[in-house]
Ligand binder design. Structure first.
Ligand code: ADP
Ligand code: MG
Length: 702
C-alpha cells in the first residue's frame, strides 16, 4: 500500500482549480500517460528554459524586442468599438518617462478592466515592441500588483508544451501542485547528500520550478541532479529488489550434467577458444545458482557468440527445460538456425524456428509442440513474444543484439517462464552505465580473442573519383572466384534533400550487372524474406560472386568465404555500423580487403570515423572511440528521448550518478533487505513516487 503521506501527490490534476477535461486530455498527451496524470507527474515535468523578467527599466529606456517588467500607472482604457469586435482592447499606461500601450485581442468582457483597473499601479511584463513610434506590449505575460511581484524572482520557467496547452496554464498548475507537496522524509544517505551537494527534495523541486537564478533549471546543477539521482536510485533499487527476490525454489537447477553440451562440443569442426570456454563455464555456473542469471555476453563480430548461446541452451535442455533465442531480424534468426541446427541434431537437441514467416498450420504445429515441451530451443524474431506462444517450461531467454530490442520486448520474453535466466548477446560493447540502467547489476563475459586462423582485414579509404579502379579490382576478384559484398546506404531514392547523390542499391545493382552479368545479386530490406534467403544462399554457394546489399547484411550474416567488401558512401555510416558491416568478411582463413568509398569533401566527423575504422578491427576499441565521438546516449540511439523509462535522468549529464545510485542501492539492500527501518520507509516512498513499486509486494509491508 502506498504511504498515505504521498496521497496529495497522487491526486488527479483535475482536482486543481482551472484544470478541466480539456486540460486533462492535453496533459495526458504531454506527460505520456493513458490516464489522468497526477500532481506528481506535473512536478516531474521539468522546465526546458527560463524567461528572465528581472530587467525593470523606465518606459523611455526599455529596449524594443526584449522582455521587460515595467512599473506603470493605468491611465485610460479603450475597448474595441461595438461594431468591430476584432479590434484589440487597448490600455494606455505610463510612468514618469513615457507612455506604453498594452494590447489585448479577443479579451473576455470584464477581463481587462479587472486586470488593469483605472488609476492603479501595476507591474506589467512581456516583450516590448515599437508600434507607430509608441512602445507597446501585446498580451503581457504577467500583470502583477505590488504584493504579487514581491513573491516572484522575476525568472519564469518555460516548459515543454504540446499544441493547445498554454504555457501560463501549465505553469499555474505546476505552481499549485508544488503547494500540495507534503513534507517528505529523506531517502538519500547523508554521505551521498554531502558528497554530491544535493539539496532536500522539496528545495530541489521548488528551485527548478521557481528558479531564483537562471542556471537553477540546468540538468547539471544540484537541483535537477538530485531529482535525477532519486529517479536512478528508485530504478536501481527496484531492479536489485526484484533480482534478490527471484530465487529459485531450493533444488531447482537450470543446468544438467553436461552430456548434451559434450556431444555438441564433440561435433564442432573447430576447438572452442579459451574465452568461449570461459564464457560457457560462467553461464553454466550461473544456471546452477539459486538466483537467476543476468549475463551479458559481449564479443566482437565473428567472435563466436552463437555457439556459446547454443551451449547454454543445451545445459538447460539437460534438465528437460526450454530455451528461446530472439534475434532482431529474420535474416539473423535464419542464420542462427543454420549454424545451430546441424550441431543440435547430433546432440539430439530439438530446435525450431519461429518468425513472421511461419504461418497457419505450420505455426500452429510449432506452438503446440512448444507447449508440450517437444521443442528444446526455439529460435526466432519478435514473433516469439506473441501472446499465444507458450512454453512448457522456459528457463533461458537469449536475446541477440540486445540494443535493438526495447526493455518491454525483453520483459515480454522473460515473462513466459518463471525466474527465467537471461543471456544477452551484444557485438557492440554497451557502456557500463547504460547496462546498469537497463538491467541493474549484470554479469559480463567477453569474447576477446578471435577464433584461431582468422586473417587480418586490410581496410582502405578510397575517394569516389577512383570508382573505376575499384570496379576493375572487383572484376579481377570475381574472375579469381572470390566472393564480394558491395554495400550501399539506401534502397530507394530518398526525397530528403541532400541525399539524392547517395547511391541507390538498385541502381548500383543494375550498373554492376551491366558489367558483370548474372554473377551479381541484390538483397535489401524491402525484399520478401524468402527472396532474401534465396539470394543469400546463392551467394554462399558461389552461384553469384558479387552481392549488392544494403545494411540488411550488417547483423550476423555469416558467409565465411566472402573476402572483399566495398562500402559505398562509407562517410554516411556510423562507426559501429561500419564495424558490423566489415565483420561480414575476414571470417574465414583467407586474407580480406575492405574498401571504404567516400564522397568528397569529407566532414571532420566522417574523417575521424574512417580513420578509426582503418586503424583497427578491435570492436572494443572502436566502441570506445565511438563513445568519444558521439557521446554515450547516442550509442543506443537514445539521445533524443533520454534513457528509456526515465523522465529526468540524462545519460550525457548524469552518467556518473548511475553508478553511484547502483552502489547506494546495493548498500541499502545489504543493510535492510526488506526496507523495514526508518530509512526503509522513506525509500518505499521513493519507489512509489517514481512508480518503481512493483517489487514492494515481494518484500511485504514495512
Ligand atoms: P558472432 O559472435 O558474430 O555472432 P558467430 O557466432 O556467428 O559470431 O561465429 C562466426 C563464425 O565463426 C561462425 O562461422 C562460427 O561457426 C565460427 N566459429 C565460432 N567459434 C569458432 C572457433 N572457436 N573456431 C573457429 N571458428 C569458430
Ligand atoms: Mg552473431
Amino acid at each position: 500500500m502506498r504511504p498515505s503521506l504521498l496521497n496529495p501527490l497522487f491526486a488527479p490534476v483535475t482536482s486543481l482549480p482551472g484544470v478541466g477535461p480539456k486540460q486533462d486530455k492535453l496533459l495526458r498527451y504531454l506527460l505520456s500517460r493513458d490516464e489522468t496524470p497526477r500532481l506528481v507527474d506535473l512536478l516531474l515535468h521539468l522546465p526546458s528554459n527560463v524567461i528572465d523578467r528581472r530587467a525593470r527599466p523606465k518606459v523611455r529606456d526599455a529596449v524594443p524586442g526584449t522582455v521587460v517588467t515595467l512599473e506603470v500607472t493605468v491611465d485610460r482604457h479603450r475597448p474595441p468599438p461595438p461594431r468591430n469586435s476584432r479590434a484589440p482592447y487597448l490600455v494606455y499606461a505610463s510612468d514618469d518617462t513615457g507612455d506604453v500601450v498594452l494590447t489585448f485581442f479577443r479579451a473576455k468582457p470584464g477581463y481587462v478592466e479587472k486586470l488593469l483597473p483605472m488609476g492603479a499601479k501595476r507591474y506589467v511584463s512581456g516583450t516590448l515592441q515599437m508600434y507607430d513610434g509608441t512602445p507597446q506590449i501585446v498580451h503581457p505575460d504577467r500583470v502583477l500588483d505590488e504584493e504579487a511581484i514581491s513573491k516572484l524572482s522575476g525568472i519564469d520557467p518555460v516548459y515543454p508544451l504540446t499544441e493547445g496547452l498554454a504555457l501560463g496554464s501549465l505553469r499555474r498548475a505546476i505552481a499549485q501542485a508544488l503547494q500540495k507537496l507534503p513534507g517528505l522524509p529523506e531517502w538519500i544517505s547523508p554521505e551521498v547528500l554531502r558528497r554530491c551537494n544535493f539539496p532536500p527534495i522539496a528545495e530541489a523541486l521548488t528551485r527548478v520550478h521557481q528558479p531564483v537564478e537562471l542556471t537553477d533549471i540546468l540538468p547539471e546543477k544540484p537541483y535537477w541532479s538530485r531529482l535525477a539521482f532519486d529517479e536512478l536510485l528508485a530504478g536501481q533499487l527496484a531492479l536489485a529488489l526484484i533480482r534478490a527476490q527471484l530465487r529459485r525454489p531450493a533444488g531447482v537447477r537450470n543446468a544438467g550434467d553436461g552430456h548434451l553440451r559434450n556431444k555438441i562440443i564433440d561435433a564442432l569442426p573447430y576447438a572452442l577458444t579459451p574465452s568461449q570456454r570461459n564464457a560457457a563455464a560462467a553461464i553454466a555456473d550461473d544456471l546452477k545458482q539459486p538466483v537467476r542469471m543476468l549475463r551479458l555476453l559481449q564479443g566482437d563480430v565473428g567472435s563466436g557468440k552463437t555457439v556459446v548461446a547454443l551451449l547454454a541452451a543445451a545445459a538447460v535442455a539437460e534438465v528437460g527445460k526450454q530455451a528461446a533465442l530472439m534475434a532482431p531480424t529474420e535474416i539473423l534468426a535464419r542464420q542462427h538456425i543454420k549454424t545451430i541446427a546441424p550441431l543440435a541434431e547430433r546432440a539430439g537437441l530439438r530446435v525450431t524456428i519461429l518468425t513472421g514467416r511461419e504461418k497457419g498450420k505450420e505455426r500452429r504445429e510449432i506452438i503446440t509442440r512448444l507447449a508440450e515441451g517437444e521443442i528444446d530451443l526455439l529460435v526466432g524474431t519478435h514473433a516469439l513474444i506473441q501472446d499465444d506462444v507458450i512454453f512448457k517450461d522456459l528457463a533461458l531467454a537469449v536475446v541477440d543484439e540486445q540494443h535493438r530490442f526495447g526493455v518491454r520486448e525483453r520483459l515480454a520474453l522473460t515473462s513466459k517462464g518463471d525466474a527465467v535466466d537471461v543471456l544477452v548477446l551484444s557485438a557492440t560493447p554497451i557502456p557500463r552505465t547504460l547496462v546498469l540502467t537497463y538491467f541493474g547489476d549484470m554479469d559480463i563475459s567477453e569474447l576477446r580473442e578471435k577464433p584461431a586462423g582468422r586473417q587480418p582485414i586490410d581496410t582502405r579509404a578510397v575517394p569516389m573519383s577512383r570508382i573505376e579502379e575499384v570496379m576493375d579490382g572487383v572484376g579481377r576478384a570475381l574472375s579469381a572466384g572470390k566472393l564480394v559484398y558491395w554495400i550501399c546506404p539506401l534502397v530507394e531514392e530518398s526525397e530528403a534533400e541532400g541525399t539524392e547523390h547517395l547511391t541507390n542499391a538498385t541502381k548500383r545493382f543494375e550498373s554492376l550487372q551491366k558489367r558483370f552479368g548474372d554473377r551479381v545479386g541484390l538483397v535489401h530490406g524491402q525484399m520478401k524474406g524468402t527472396e532474401k534467403d534465396r539470394v543469400m544462399a546463392q551467394f554462399a554457394a558461389h552461384e553469384i560472386g558479387l552481392l549488392v546489399a544494403t545494411t540488411v547484411v550488417e547483423v550476423g550474416v555469416d558467409v565465411p568465404a566472402a573476402t572483399i567488401m566495398v562500402i559505398e558512401n562509407a562517410e554516411r555510416f556510423g562507426l559501429a555500423q561500419l564495424h558490423q558491416l566489415r565483420g561480414r568478411i575476414g571470417r574465414g582463413s583467407e586474407a580480406s580487403t575492405c574498401l571504404l568509398l567516400y564522397s568528397e569533401p569529407l566532414g571532420e566527423m566522417s574523417k575521424a570515423r574512417l580513420k578509426v575504422i582503418r586503424e583497427t578491427t578491435d570492436g572494443f576499441r572502436i566502441a570506445e572511440e565511438d563513445l568519444k565521438l558521439r557521446g554515450e546516449g547516442d550509442v543506443l540511439g537514445v539521445r533524443q528521448s533520454g534513457l528509456p523509462g526515465y523522465r529526468i535522468a540524462r545519460p550525457e549529464v548524469h552518467g556518473q550518478l548511475i553508478t553511484q545510485a547502483r552502489d547506494e542501492a546495493l548498500r541499502i539492500l545489504k543493510d535492510d533487505p526488506k526496507l523495514k527501518g526508518e530509512r526503509g520507509e522513506a525509500l518505499r516512498c521513493l519507489l512509489y513516487l517514481y512508480e518503481r513499486d512493483e517489487a514492494i509486494p515481494l518484500i511485504g509491508a514495512g
